[in-house]
Design a protein around this ligand. Structure first.
Ligand SMILES: *Cc1c(COP(=O)(O)O)cnc(C)c1O
Length: 488
C-alpha cells in the first residue's frame, strides 16, 4: 500500500517513510491512497485476542514493517491494567469501550505505546541513523502518553508543548514530573491551537530551510497527524465488535454505531478506516463539546475556525483546527488539489466550504452533535446514579451525544460509546457533577481521594502520588518562540 500527501498525489511514501516523517513535505498528511482495496479479511479479528488483532490490522495498514507481531508484543506486554487492553462494559442500553486502562489513563496510550516501536523499526529498516526529534503539541493527554512511550529510548529525543493554564492539574503534573534524559516539557502561552500551529510551523520552516542540516537529527511527530498514531487505534474498533459478537449482543455482519468524543478527528478517523477495511460500522457519531466547529461543519459544509476558543471541562477536545479532518476530506473527494485549496483557505481566510456532494458523502457515515459542560455533567450524574458507572467528562460528552443521536434518528442499532479518559484525570469536574458542586476541595489530589471514598472506584496507579514527585520541567515560552526553542 502506497502513502501519498493529502495535498499532492505525486508526493508518495512507503509506510516506513510516512511514519518516520510524521507529515508530508508540502504540509499535507500521509494517507494510504487505496485503503478500500486493501486485501483484509476483517472476520479474522472475530474471537482473536487484542494483540493478534493489532498485529493483523497494522500489518494491513503498514505493510512495509517486518515483524509486526514482535513490535506489538513489546509495545503492550504488561503495560495495561487489563490483559485485553481495551475492555467493553455494558452500561444501560449502550456499550462503553474503555480505552483508558493504559499507563497514563487516557486513550492516547493505545497508540503511543506502539508508536516508539514503529519509529525505531522504521529507522532500522531504512538504515536511518539520525537522532529522531519528536515534536508534540498536546491538549493534555497526548503529552504524557508520548513521554511515557518515548522516554529513555535510544536514538530518540522528545519535546512536548502544552498550553499554559489549559490542562488539568493532574495532566500538568503528569508531564512536568516526567523523568528521562531525552525529554523536554515546555509550557506555551496560548491555547492548544496556538501550540499546535506553532509546532506545525516549526516543522515547515525546519524542512524548508533545512535548518537541521549537519546535525544528524530529523523531525517527527507523535500527534495524530502521524499515521503511526492512527494505525494502532483501529484495533479497538475490531476488538469491540468481536466482544459484542462473543457476548451475543450482535450477530456477525450486523451493523454497530460508534460514538466518539472528538477533537483532532484522529480517533473517529480510525473508526472510518476500520469501516473501510470491512468492519460493519453504521454511523460514526462525532461528539464535540461547546467548541462545536465540527458539528457546524458536518451540518452546513462550512468549516469556520474564526470563533471564540472556549475553555470547557473536557479540555482534551478544546480544539478549533481539527487536523485529521483533512484526511477525511481527501477520502470523501479524492482530489488533492481541492483539499490543498481548502487548507489554503483555512489558513488564509479562516474558513472553507466543501461542495454539496462532499458534504452528503460525509453525512453517509458521520452524524454530529455537541454537549455543553452542563449537559456533560448531567450525563456523569445520571450514569452514576442510574448505572453506578463513573465516567470522565469526555466520555460524558460522547454519552450525551449518543443519546441525542438515538432520539433524533430513532436508530436502534447497538451503540458503542468510546471512553477516552479515566475520571481521575478530571476529578474536580467529575466530583462536582455527582455532588452538584458541593464541598469540592481546592486541591485536585484531595478531590481524587474524596471521589474514590465516595464511589469506591480505585485511583489508577499512575495518578496517585503524582503530587509528591519532584517538578523537573519549568520552561514557558510564547508560541512564536517554538522554533528557536527546538533549534536550541
Ligand atoms: C485526545 C482526546 C480526545 C480527542 O481525540 P481526537 O483523536 O483528537 O479526536 C478525546 N478525549 C480524550 C480524553 C483525549 O485525550
Amino acid at each position: 500500500m502506497r502513502y501519498q500527501s493529502t495535498r499532492n498525489g505525486s508526493l508518495t511514501a512507503t509506510s516506513l517513510e510516512a511514519v518516520l516523517k510524521g507529515m508530508a513535505s508540502d504540509g499535507g498528511l500521509f494517507l494510504p491512497s487505496d485503503i478500500g482495496k486493501a486485501n483484509f479479511d476483517w472476520k479474522c479479528t472475530l474471537g482473536a485476542d487484542t494483540r493478534s488483532i493489532a498485529t493483523s490490522v497494522m500489518s494491513a495498514l503498514l505493510p512495509d514493517f517486518e515483524n509486526m507481531k514482535e513490535l506489538v508484543e513489546k509495545a503492550y506486554l504488561n503495560k495495561f491494567e487489563t490483559e485485553d487492553l481495551t475492555p467493553v462494559v455494558k452500561v444501560g442500553n449502550h456499550f462503553v469501550l474503555e480505552l483508558f486502562r493504559g499507563p497514563t489513563s487516557a486513550f492516547k496510550d493505545v497508540a503511543l505505546s506502539m508508536l516508539p516501536q514503529l519509529i525505531c523499526a522504521a529507522k532500522k529498516q531504512t538504515g536511518d541513523t539520525d537522532t529522531t526529534l519528536i515534536l508534540t503539541a498536546t491538549s493534555g493527554d497526548t503529552g504524557k502518553a508520548a513521554l511515557e512511550g518515548f522516554h529513555d529510548i535510544s536514538g530518540i529525543r522528545i519535546i512536548v508543548f502544552y498550553p499554559e493554564g489549559a490542562v488539568s492539574a493532574v495532566q500538568r503534573l503528569q508531564m512536568v514530573t516526567q523523568v528521562g534524559d531525552n525529554v523536554r516539557v515546555c509550557a506555551v502561552r496560548g491555547n492548544f491551537d496556538d501550540a499546535q500551529t506553532g509546532v506545525k510551523k516549526a516543522f515547515a520552516v525546519v524542512r524548508e530551510k533545512d535548518l537541521l542540516a549537519g546535525r544528524n537529527t530529523s523531525l517527527s511527530s507523535a500527534n495524530s497527524i502521524n499515521i503511526g498514531r492512527l494505525a494502532p487505534q483501529l484495533t479497538y474498533y475490531f476488538k469491540a465488535y468481536s466482544d459484542l459478537v462473543a457476548s451475543g449482543a450482535v450477530a456477525v455482519g450486523e451493523t454497530v454505531d460508534f460514538c466518539v468524543p472528538t477533537g483532532n478527528f484522529g480517533d473517529i478517523l480510525a473508526g472510518y478506516f476500520a469501516k473501510a477495511l470491512g468492519l460493519p460500522v453504521g454511523h460514526l457519531v462525532c461528539a464535540s463539546n461547546a467548541n462545536n466547529v465540527l458539528w457546524d461543519f458536518l451540518t452546513t459544509g462550512t468549516y469556520n475556525r474564526k470563533r471564540p476558543f472556549l475553555k470547557t471541562t473536557s479540555p482534551s477536545m478544546d480544539i478549533l483546527v481539527s487536523s485529521n479532518l483533512e484526511r477525511m476530506l481527501f477520502l470523501a473527494c479524492g482530489d488533492s488539489e481541492q483539499v490543498a485549496g481548502w487548507m489554503r483557505d483555512l489558513n488564509e481566510k479562516g474558513s472553507y466550504t466543501v461542495t454539496p456532494s462532499v458534504l452528503s458523502k460525509l453525512k453517509e457515515t458521520f452524524w454530529a452533535g455537541y454537549a455543553s459542560d452542563e449537559a456533560a455533567a448531567a450525563s456523569i450524574k445520571k450514569l452514576w446514579n442510574e448505572h453506578n458507572y463513573l465516567c470522565d467528562t469526555h466520555t460524558a460528552v460522547a454519552w450525551n451525544v449518543a443519546e441525542q443521536y438515538q432520539s433524533a434518528t430513532g436508530s436502534n442499532r447497538p451503540m458503542v460509546v468510546l471512553s477516552t479518559a479515566s475520571p481521575y484525570k478530571f476529578p474536580t469536574s467529575v466530583l462536582s457533577a455527582i455532588t452538584d458542586g458541593k464541598n469540592i476541595p481546592a486541591d485536585e489530589f484531595e478531590v481524587m481521594e474524596k471521589l474514590t471514598n465516595l464511589t469506591g472506584v480505585p485511583v489508577p496507579n499512575g495518578l496517585s502520588g503524582l503530587n509528591r514527585r519532584p517538578i523537573l520541567h519549568t520552561d514557558i515560552i510564547d508560541p512564536s518562540d517554538i522554533l528557536d526553542y527546538v533549534l536550541k
